[in-house]
Design a protein around this ligand. Structure first.
Ligand SMILES: [Zn+2]
Ligand SMILES: [Zn+2]
Length: 350
């Protein structure tokens, strides 16, 4: 048996003992140690997603390899090792999977992640154990903490976002929103040699952004961000703009602060997803690209594992709090606060 945090319906959670998931030949059983709470988990908890219930949320999990299916060799990892798994249930068969875009796999909406009329839906990371496909596993060295490893998925989302652009040394970039995802953008973009400008209304977050290496921080409540960005960039605007906020109005503004030939990335989903007028004339005249970024590709996951396992990027400053899984209600309350960075739940001592 294992402990699981089951979301029976919106805002109704029980800590239940359920059967351990059965292990197939090509699968690995992970004992979950830490699981980050994503904004998506908060929306899921509040019933703002159309997933089926009951479910076990949590896709930012990591842990220790507890058991391996009969067909899994110990060539790449072994029992007792720290590990994460690629969380997209990619079919490996559809056009997009073959095209290297597993994150937009055609089969995804029909998977157990979102739908499961006969049992539990969800990624399963808010439970003591999770079963994953062996070929989705990435192992970590012993010295990397579970708190850090739990950033693999969010960082991979951010790397996928940056991989959508072709930033060159010295380019100007803007990150809108200084939450955990915005600040992961800041850290990764600094590694790419960019001049990073952060737009964030909370002073605490702007300061954190500056500590983490961003070059300029704008307060959008007291300054016109578009003008401020243009002023900092010789009137051109930024080569790349990443919107990590859910505001449709802010999303439309990104076009105005993007330089000719530049690109703006809709990293966050939009809530509410209201259509907004966009300056299409500017897009035409200045060859501006608008794109989205959703979930990580396998390659971005691999890159995230490299950055974290080699200590090239340390996400620790973005940990708001670590709660025991038995305090899930407190953890989700903390994660739901606008000013919070990443909240992590743990199973046992880390
Ligand atoms: Zn997430
Ligand atoms: Zn597919």
């Amino acid at each position: 048996m294992m402990k699981a945090i089951i979301l029976n319906e919106p805002r109704n959670v029980t800590y239940s003992d359920i059967e351990l998931p059965a292990l197939k030949e090509d699968e690995v059983l992970l004992r979950v140690k830490a699981s980050g709470i994503c904004t998506n988990d908060v929306r899921d908890f509040n019933g703002d997603c159309n997933y089926s219930f009951p479910r076990i949320g949590g896709h930012e999990y990591c842990g220790v390899i507890e058991d391996m299916g009969a067909g899994v060799t110990d060539q790449y990892f072994k029992k007792g090792q720290r590990a994460v798994a690629y969380i997209i249930d990619d079919c490996k068969m559809c056009y997009y999977c073959k095209h290297g875009e597993e994150n937009i796999c055609e089969g995804l909406p029909r998977t157990k992640t979102f739908q499961n009329p006969d049992g539990l839906s969800g990624y399963g990371g808010f439970a003591e154990f999770v079963v994953v496909k062996a070929n989705d596993v990435f192992a970590f060295p012993e010295e990397v903490s579970f708190e850090k490893i739990s950033f693999t998925e969010p960082l991979a989302c951010v790397l996928n976002s940056i991989n959508r652009t072709a930033i060159e040394f010295g380019d100007d970039v803007v990150v809108i929103g200084g939450g955990a995802m915005g600040l992961l953008h800041v850290m990764a973009l600094k590694m790419k040699g960019a001049r990073v400008i952060l737009s964030e209304p909370l002073a605490r977050r702007r300061e954190k952004g500056l500590e983490l290496g961003c070059d300029d921080a704008i307060d959008p409540m007291n300054e016109n961000v578009i003008e401020a960005v243009r002023k900092l960039t010789g009137g051109r605007g930024a080569t790349a703009v990443f919107n990590t906020t859910a505001s449709p109005k802010v999303a439309a503004d990104t076009v105005e602060m993007t330089a000719p030939g530049g690109i703006c990335v809709m990293f966050s989903s939009l809530h509410p997803n209201d259509p907004v007028p966009v300056n299409m004339g500017r897009i035409h005249s200045y060859q501006i690209t608008i794109t989205g970024a959703v979930s990580p590709t396998i390659k971005a996951y691999h890159q995230s594992v490299q950055l974290l396992s080699k200590g090239l990027l340390d996400p620790s400053p973005l940990i708001e709090a670590v709660y025991d899984y038995t305090e899930f209600d407190k953890a989700i309350e903390c994660a739901a606060k606008t000013e919070s960075y990443k909240v992590i739940i743990k199973f046992g001592e880390l």
